[in-house]
Design a protein around this ligand. Sequence first.
Ligand SMILES: Cc1cc2nc3c(=O)[nH]c(=O)nc-3n(C[C@H](O)[C@H](O)[C@H](O)COP(=O)(O)O)c2cc1C
Length: 205
Amino acid sequence: MHHSIQHLIETRTSINHFQPNRPLQEDEMITLVDLATKAPTAYNMQNWRFIAAQSEEAKTRLKAAAFGQQKIVDASIAFIICGKLAEHQQLHKTLQASVNAHIIEQHVADAWVLQAASAHESNEQLQRDEAMRSASLAAMTLMLAAQDMGLASCAIGGFDAIEVARQFSLAPNELPALVVVVGYPAAHNWQQKIRKPLKEILTVI
Ligand SMILES: Cc1cc2nc3c(=O)[nH]c(=O)nc-3n(C[C@H](O)[C@H](O)[C@H](O)COP(=O)(O)O)c2cc1C
């Protein structure tokens, strides 16, 4: 079942209540992450890692690190979407696939590697910004993909990042940027909330 992107954007809501005990099929989980990775990243750096918490045990540990938010356990899967620092150091290797597929030329890849190194190497703030940007774009893409698959989702930023890193053995260069829970909605969820009028938030120049 495929909907227009406009319909998906207009109907996606941040779901509070999920039907518990409704696991996703392995191929549905794989499709969600595969589609999320179609989100763009700077230089196609793909500075992210996805942890799919689907066992009761893993979701319970994540819930404890997320101030007891019950939806983490009730949802079918809680994705911990990590942005990675210093991933420009892998860019040469990462871009090789696009060079081999004749999508970009070697000299373009080489130039991007140099450019990324000079911008990122001694700029930890930029590495962090880029990690959060990439993870956020992946999270939104994953939520829209879930919506298209008839599933519901919620982005969750309310967690103790240090505790999540400890519980799930994240590497020192991995930042848990967002948790996205995906599953089947229960009754009595809110509708999509009201957005500010465009005249307040849009500047046309
Ligand atoms: C970065 C971010 C962090 C959020 N953290 C939480 C959270 O910890 N718990 C929660 O229930 N909802 C969380 N939300 C969901 C927001 O409350 C929700 O997106 C907002 O109220 C708009 O809802 P709507 O999209 O259904 O209109 C978060 C959303 C974002 C984008």
